[in-house]
Design a protein around this ligand. Sequence first.
Ligand code: SAM
Length: 326
Amino acid sequence: MPDFTHSPVMVAEVLAALRPTPGGWWTDGTIGGGGHAAALLAASSPDGWLYGCDRDDAAVEAAKRRLTEFSGRFEVRQGNFADLAEWVPPSSCDGVLLDLGVSSPQLDVAERGFSFQQDGPLDMRMDRRQAVTAESLLNEASAEELAKVFWELGGERQARRLARAIARERECRRFVTTRQLAEFIEQLVPRHGRKMHPATRVFQAIRMVVNDEAGSLQRGLAGALRILKSGGRLAVITFHSQEDRIVKDFGRARARDYTFTGGMDVPELRAPCAPEVKWVQRKAIRPSVVEVAANPRSRSAQLRVMEKLGEACRLTGRKEPVGTSG
Ligand SMILES: C[S@@+](CC[C@H](N)C(=O)[O-])C[C@H]1O[C@@H](n2cnc3c(N)ncnc32)[C@H](O)[C@@H]1O
């Protein structure tokens, strides 16, 4: 069995946010190596239940191995958390966790192609059953599409310049390895003593597109609300500003009064709706100095927590504002 070691971040903070108790039901949409899931199951002993999923087959296998001591108390599947509401019963869970991004094994195993620190194939798929890889995207998307991706998902200031240079270069040679791409970018954007590798943002952006991370997150947040009970909590850990903004915008929109349009912009069908969630804590929770020292990969983590409120659309009598869900 291949080794799969990932140190879960902010475990104490996640437990404080989700408040596991015996008999409760929890969902971990990014089960990874099962660290958070094990903590939730231990804290909800003897009979707490956990649904878990991950897009990565290696993570699913690792999590199942990690959770053997809790056997009979969990169901773990390979899949996208965007689809949680398709198999986890509605309004059943006391807490849902999404710990976004990649796991340490995904970064450290060169063949997965996520990291510019290792030389491997340009892959970056979390779910290796899917067709699109970093290589196919980088070699087949137009320069305009690449520039948009680098700018919008990576926040890369030199997005256009890099995209055009990649498009020119691939007329002579295909981009196939992580090192080839990282070195190519480093030639165009020298480091000038900066700590961050100049390819960091481009790698992040490509990874986000290959795995449709923004779209999955939008759908996953909406699905998480569907499977939560009233009073249940959603905890989301993000690792960069693009994904944190999606969580913040989602929470903000669902925490205020809004207008339900029945899916159509017809004035007669408009009805005011009550907020669906409240923030448990307005500001993001950060890892402690001690945790960052022990696990430097936790340094950019931010935890946001919201709580599902009761009946959302009182005037329409609907439990769910279907027309506004992601
Ligand atoms: C930071 S790790 C999670 C680690 C986990 N909390 C633990 O305790 O080991 C992130 C995991 O989320 C998975 N992932 C990312 N996006 C996903 C999605 N949309 N659906 C399911 N899993 C996803 C990745 O494959 C990776 O295994």
